[in-house]
Write a protein that binds this ligand. Structure first.
Ligand SMILES: [Fe+2]
Length: 300
């Protein structure tokens, strides 16, 4: 009996070792530095600022059915910068599953770019076969975790690089929420061996609008999973913060960015800007400032 028990223990240990080995070691991903969310308005200028931008995040969806001009743009970007494809509509929170066509298109861009990782959002953009057209928050429940797990399994099986998921600004919260922000994010990471694209601005906005401590959420997350950050300025509107993506980051956002960089081994920081986009030269000082916040060991 003892021999059988010992054998079973050895077998169980082997399973644990195999699982550990197949896990993504997010801490081993390369450090990309501080970069910019690429916007086509900067297409002509971007090459002149190559030395000031460590890497670019591109919206994967913009290249799915690429015209020759978009194809040329992608080639130009790829030749000059490390690129990270960022998806908008994988919709890992959709109960009806992942859209095969979208997944194939996304994978096509990943294969073309061969990035260190790729990203999308913890959200759903499709429900009941209808495209909602924007990122909708997922209820923080066990049922939603099961949906995300099934969807992510499909995504991870088809992607050749790790996918990381971004926290979104939540326009609504659900009364049926079972988990706190930190618990929900932590469970998504641990259950799916997936990393986080922590949008510092989104986290800050949610923390103000729903009254919780943003930094406490970060402290409770598995630090090694925080692979990349987003940051941008927001705006106060009728007593609520909105992620307007239209200004330089406010002091509160710089402070949170600095705190996150001090406690998590982040591999890359992306400055976003989607409205009132200034000339590229005006964004470079913000990249330089963010770069100075990187702990030395990570920045090197
Ligand atoms: Fe973001």
């Amino acid at each position: 009996v003892d021999a059988v028990v010992a054998e079973a223990e050895v077998a169980a240990e082997a399973v644990v070792v195999a699982e550990t080995e197949s896990m993504t070691r997010h801490e081993d991903l390369p450090s990309l530095g501080v970069g910019l969310g690429f916007r086509p308005i900067h297409r002509e200028q971007i090459i002149h600022f190559r030395k000031s931008i460590d890497f670019l995040e591109i919206v994967a969806d913009h290249y799915f059915t690429a015209s020759p001009a978009k194809q040329a743009e992608l080639e130009m970007l790829k030749a000059n910068f490390p690129l990270i494809p960022h998806g908008l509509a994988l919709s890992v929170g959709s109960a009806e599953g992942i859209d095969t066509r979208y997944l194939n298109d996304f994978r096509g861009i990943v294969e073309a770019v061969r990035p260190a990782w790729c990203s999308d959002h913890i959200a759903f953009t499709r429900a009941g076969g209808i495209d909602i057209g924007h990122l909708t928050p997922v209820p923080k429940t066990s049922a939603a975790l099961r949906v995300i797990r099934d969807n992510l399994r499909r995504v991870q099986e088809s992607m050749s690089v790790p996918i990381i998921l971004e926290n979104i600004t939540e326009s609504i919260r659900y009364p049926e929420d079972e988990f706190t922000d930190a618990e929900f994010l932590g469970r998504i990471c641990d259950e799916n061996d997936v990393g986080i694209l922590l949008d510092v601005t989104n986290l800050y906005i949610n923390s103000v609008n729903y009254r919780f401590d943003a930094l406490e959420v970060v402290r409770r997350l598995p630090k090694d999973r925080i692979v990349q950050l987003h940051f941008v300025g927001g705006r106060m509107e009728e007593g609520r913060w909105v992620d307007s993506h239209d200004s330089t980051p406010q002091d509160e956002i710089w402070q949170l960015l600095e705190s996150v960089l001090a406690i998590a081994p982040v591999k890359g920081v992306i400055l976003e800007r989607d409205e009132k986009i200034p000339p590229l030269r005006d964004l470079i000082p913000e990249l330089d400032r963010a770069r100075r916040l990187f702990p030395k060991a990570i920045a090197e």
